[in-house]
Design a protein around this ligand. Structure first.
Ligand SMILES: [Fe+2]
Length: 390
């Protein structure tokens, strides 16, 4: 996608297609990537004020100091050790999201660096143990959809990007975009935002405007990375051109835009709302598959499903033995045999001392019978997370 930015905002790796504004009369002989700090400074010194860049061609290269600051690798730790930390972080992200929405509603400026720092913390947690935060995305408070949805999209987008082999700088950008992608919804009246039934045409126009609200609000911040704004603007675009707000199609939608539309839709379908039950993940995956090549990039849908697995981390499963456990790790090679933390007995309806089992292990005799919901067995997930594991 083509964007115009100030030349002072150029970064190594950006692909310059045209000079837009300058004090002199220079011609760009050939479009190309900014490869060195010297090249960037050279353009500014020659009076180039604004350039057009093609964000779909941006390379990953970052300045040395940025790499050092953003890419410090976290040491991997166990699920149990990360879980209590991730639980605190998730709560922190929710209260942060509340402040963020409040700022957007009152049209007060936000500190982009603070939002970035929050989403980077989510990425760091995923790097230490990818499953702890992912598990938390499956626990929903019915009246917290707006807060939880954006955090969940940030977490799942970062997980998806990691699966696709993106480097940490890109993963951080996607987490950031996920966290802020729906901030424009705060401007949509509650009776439309939380309407249980189908929206009327007029209501749908207002609902669709949340993308432009968010985009307009975010575009005032010069220090916001252009690809993040672009991802926010494209999260409801569909590859057959029936999406909004710009009815983009196929390659007009960037890679990040195609990724976020899948993750956004998956989380919305599986979310518990005041007026509807969350859809089982398997059913949501079938809908994504059905819409492949129409609304979504088919290749990316397949990769997303491989990434989160048939039993995503956080799924509550009942074994044939009637023991109940939480999926704590997806097995990509054997999707029907994840790692599970057993902690409840469905037959006698009581908690068990938690223990980890790997369904793929040759000595393991347990087998998943079905996916269940916590409320069906009055399982207190909060109790499980705060006491049984931590
Ligand atoms: Fe949205």
């Amino acid at each position: 996608m083509l964007r115009t930015i100030k030349s002072s905002k150029l970064e190594i790796g950006m692909y310059v297609t045209r000079f837009v504004k300058q004090t002199g009369n220079m011609n760009l002989t050939m479009a190309g990537w900014i490869k060195t700090e010297a090249a960037m400074k050279g353009l500014i010194a020659k009076g180039i004020l604004e350039v057009e860049i093609d964000t779909s061609k941006t390379l990953v290269a970052k300045t040395e100091s940025e790499n050092k600051e953003k890419s410090e690798k976290q040491k991997p730790i166990s699920f149990d050790n990360e879980l209590s930390r991730a639980t605190g972080l998730y709560q922190q992200a929710k209260s942060f999201q509340k402040k963020l929405l409040n700022a957007v509603d009152r049209e007060i400026a936000i500190d982009v660096k603070q939002v970035e720092a929050m989403s980077n913390k989510l990425v760091d947690s995923l790097e230490r143990n990818s499953n702890a935060l992912l598990c938390l995305t499956s626990i929903r408070e019915k009246d917290s959809y707006l807060l939880e949805h954006s955090i969940n999209v940030g977490i799942m987008l970062a997980t998806f990007a990691t699966y696709l082999g993106f480097d940490k700088a890109k993963i951080q950008k996607l987490a950031f975009a996920g966290v802020i992608h729906d901030i424009g919804k705060i401007k949509v009246p509650d009776e439309i935002l939380h309407k249980p039934g189908k929206l009327t045409d007029d209501e749908f126009v207002i609902m669709r405007n949340h993308v432009n609200y968010g985009g307009d609000y975010l575009s005032q911040f010069d220090d916001l990375e252009p690809s993040i704004l672009e991802t926010v603007m494209q999260h409801h675009e569909k590859i057959d051109g029936t999406g909004y707000p710009n009815k983009l199609r196929d390659d007009e939608i960037g890679m990040y835009g195609r990724m976020i539309s899948i993750v956004d839709c998956y989380d919305a379908m599986t979310a518990e709302r005041v007026y509807k039950k969350g859809m089982p993940s398997m059913k949501a995956m079938k809908i994504l598959m059905r819409e492949s090549g129409v609304h979504f990039d088919g290749d990316l849908v397949r990769k997303f499903i491989q990434c989160i697995g048939l039993y995503p981390a956080g799924t509550l499963v009942k074994m044939k033995s009637q023991k109940v456990g939480l999926v704590t790790k997806v097995n990509q090679a054997k999707p029907l045999e994840p790692e599970v933390k057993i902690f409840y007995c469905a037959k006698n309806r009581h908690y068990l001392a938690s223990r980890d089992i790997n369904l793929a292990a040759s000595h393991c005799k347990e087998e998943i019978e079905e996916v269940i919901k916590a409320e069906d067995y009055k399982i207190d997930f909060q109790k499980f997370f705060t006491q049984a594991v931590a």
